[in-house]
Design a protein. Sequence first.
Length: 268
Amino acid sequence: MASHPLLRALKANKPAFGVWLTLPGVFHARTVAQASSHLSWIAVDCEHGLIPLVPGAAESVAAIQGARPTGGPSAIVRIPATGVTSSLSWQIKNVLDGGAHGIIVPMVSTAAQAKDVVCDSRFPPIGRRGFGSPFTHGTWGVTSSEYLESANDSILVMVQIENKEAVENVHEIASVEGVDVLFIGPYDLSISLGYPKPSPDPHPDIEKVIQKILHAAHGSGKKCAIYCTSGEQAAVRAKEGFDIINVTSDMGAMADGIAAQLAAATGN
């Protein structure tokens, strides 16, 4: 059976901590993946990051998976297309054929959009994903037959709840069969509801919405993920019951690390 660290953490009901990858490059992705044994997953950001979907996503996924002798963290790809566009299908197919362990689809606002995402992510008879890539099973470390047999149960489908319409439809979206995770994007969620972006924490009114999404996900037997920008923030979210928690980004950690070392060197 094809499996991966994030899937195993979720099945064990343990909080899974990850980081956001925004910069391209095989060596960069591998370095991030080797940073900590506590790293369950890495989100390869092809939406707001500088990683091109083709071939950057597949190259980053392969580098992450090969980062450790026993396999690296789970590689999850956020595609550029949002739930309101008509270009989802080929992007989902491309990143999954590139070996991604899961997908994040931004701006999914209705149950109908969520159903389309699921359909594009699963092989028949559940969905409409085509089979034929000669590369995917090798990245997963299984045979092509093993991948085909287990992919529908192993690939994680995550939809982002990050606007007013999605909040209004959150219970319907969470009820869609095949959606595994509701992923909260606090920045767009705040902006879409007329509030400032988190700085670093969301406005108290947005926090109420975040808790509503968390309860809707768990009420439908789904997992809930959230983007955080620090370890301290992530620890709080883990105590609140979030299942998948982003801790930092490559850019954020690099900038913070350089600034901290220079401050120590200069005494400022």
